[in-house]
Design a protein around this ligand. Sequence first.
Ligand code: NAD
Length: 336
Amino acid sequence: MGSKKKVLVTGAGGFIGHHLTKYLVARGYWVRGVDWKPPEYENSPAHEFALLDLRRWAECLQATRGIDHVYNLAANMGGIGFIESHKGEIMHDNVLINIHMLEAARLNGIARYLYTSSACIYPGYKQDSPDVKALKESDAYPADPEDGYGWEKLYSERQCRHYKEDYGLETRVVRFHNIFGPLGTYDGGREKSPAAICRKVAMAKDGDEIEVWGDGEQTRSYCFIDDCVEGIYRLMQSTFSDPLNLGSDRLVTINELVDIVAKVAGKRVRKRHDLTKPQGVRGRNSDNSLLRRVLGWEPPMTLESGLGETYHWIEGQLRERGLLRGAQRTASAAVA
Ligand code: NAD
């Protein structure tokens, strides 16, 4: 497309924001990246990268100045272990970020604004068995989202709608379902299940036991990062302003996820289920009917290929950090 439009990506120091920045730069956009930390694993390709705390009003005004389109990805977030134990902090930070970013976008005359919501807004009562029906966008109400993180997402989705209705701000709202891939956090407490499992398998010797949270029969669907940024971009180009799912609709159990990663790694691993660990809802899948209708597209990457890329990247990181000394060399060689 080669537009010279100026875009802002917030959360550009994070996983999806960094990939999105690369994608938009490659498409010819001028990109300002904003985060309160630089990207962890490689430099940002943004034309300008500003370290700002977007909980603060003045810094949101500064971030949105001279910009045409905003992709607002900044959020205090992490995997299930993190979001179940930091609810107050998450709601405090994310409400401030989103309420200030929308108002700053309005005052600075932003033409289009994308908000990144989550499958965590869907009600718990629709996700209480492993073979759940896939979640349609209209399933969001009556509301019973994930406590803390999910309530804030749902509130901010509504605020986008109100800014469109009240002020004519062109908002887009995407609900991600478990995005994974290289350059995602894989340790430290904020990692999500695919990255955590890749790390555990990479660090295991052939035949070792690895810890799995819950009984492993909880189900999810997983979407590869390249498909995620493509979907975000397509949604931003569309005229669709209601919330839209962006995810894969292939449902797998966590136990199956472990088996796929072990196969990629060429290792046999045994699972030790820890029933005391948080495991979130029992089952969650994305219904992609609306996605297909609105965008004429859906994520094409297979779970096996995506996990292959992710596993190799995490294994490489662990090796560079000298953390693979105890792990099975033959298994590493098998996947090289
Ligand atoms: P991430 O944690 O890697 O990125 C979020 C970034 O926001 C981080 O780099 C963080 O430093 C930054 N940030 C947090 N507070 C900030 C502040 N006060 N000021 C400036 N920057 C701040 O997460 P991600 O996976 O890249 O997620 C991006 C967006 O997508 C988030 O809004 C997240 O809630 C949403 N989302 C992600 C997933 C997923 O599976 N990754 C699923 C659903 C929704």
